[in-house]
Design a protein around this ligand. Structure first.
Ligand SMILES: NC(=O)c1ccc[n+]([C@@H]2O[C@H](COP(=O)([O-])OP(=O)(O)OC[C@H]3O[C@@H](n4cnc5c(N)ncnc54)[C@H](OP(=O)(O)O)[C@@H]3O)[C@@H](O)[C@H]2O)c1
Length: 246
């Protein structure tokens, strides 16, 4: 991995250097960070999954971002579709978290409108720390009750999920550095609510061709949100870009 911007540097970036590139300046200041991978022609999936877009470098950064977050946010659709496993960090990353005063594992936070979630799903049932499910007051009561054994259920909003309320509720629990791994509908809603503070985007060196969607989905949003580039690093032809709210 090499830094291209700012200050291009031909010295390879080591583990600590990479972590430093993504660490928040102030952990108490809340941040919603998104992490996505896309092809050069803008596809969010290859054959329906993100796996075909990701390479060793993307996976390495993906793991580092999980290591430094307070909680991992994911849309129920991505959890169901991508076959999410429980978030289990290896010993190196757990040791880093202990040394930095963080709990060993970040909880997973699942955003769902319909609550069509199976409590025996591995991401819930095998989670090393109690997962959190965010829904709203009009969600089916029987599903809410069913999930209450497997997760803490946060009711945010009357008839739909109020994402700003969810971010505030998580902050009250000390979960301020939020890493969201998608998917596109959740990014669309976060953009609409103007909650995206950071976008980490891996550009994979391939053309996926037509067919796949973009990294964002849902109703159009206005006005557009302007971002500024914080860094660009590269490895094996992939570009890893970090953008933040201006
Ligand atoms: N390239 C990448 O980096 C990347 C990353 C993630 C996902 N993906 C791909 O994206 C595709 C999935 O797309 P998707 O848009 O369906 O993913 P998604 O946003 O994770 O899933 C949509 C579902 O998540 C819940 N949800 C999302 N936003 C919500 C909101 N504001 N309020 C309440 N519930 C909300 C709802 O679940 P309920 O139905 O339970 O109500 C909704 O049906 C998959 O093919 C996956 O492989 C790619």
């Amino acid at each position: 991995l090499y830094r291209l911007w700012p200050d291009p540097d031909p010295t390879p970036i080591d583990d600590d250097g990479l972590t430093a590139l993504y660490l928040p300046a102030d952990r108490d200041r809340g941040c919603v960070r998104l992490n996505f991978v896309t092809s050069v022609d803008g596809a969010v999936t290859v054959n329906g999954y993100s796996e075909g877009l990701s390479g060793a470098t993307d996976k390495y950064v993906f793991g580092r971002l999980r290591m430094i977050c307070d909680a991992l946010l994911v849309g129920a659709g991505t959890l169901r579709h991508e076959g999410y496993r429980a978030v289990k960090l290896d010993e190196v990353r757990r040791a880093w978290r202990r040394e930095h005063g963080l709990p060993e594992y970040p909880p997973i936070v699942i955003i769902s409108h319909r609550l069509a979630l199976d409590p025996t799903h591995p991401a819930l049932a095998e989670a090393p720390v109690r997962p959190i499910v965010v829904s709203h007051a009009a969600a089916p009561a029987d599903r809410l009750a069913l999930l209450a054994d497997a997760a803490e259920v946060l009711v945010c909003g009357d008839t739909e999920v109020d994402l700003r309320m969810a971010v505030d509720e998580l902050a009250k629990r000390g979960l301020r550095q939020l890493l969201c791994e998608g998917g596109p509908h959740l990014l669309g809603s976060l953009t609409a609510a103007d909650l995206v503070d950071e976008m980490c985007l891996t550009l994979s060196p391939l053309l996926a061709g037509p067919g796949a969607g973009r990294i964002t989905a849902g109703p159009p949003v206005s006005p557009v949100r302007h971002l500024s580039l914080r860094h660009a690093v590269a490895a094996d032809g992939a570009l890893l870009l970090r953008y933040a709210r201006q």
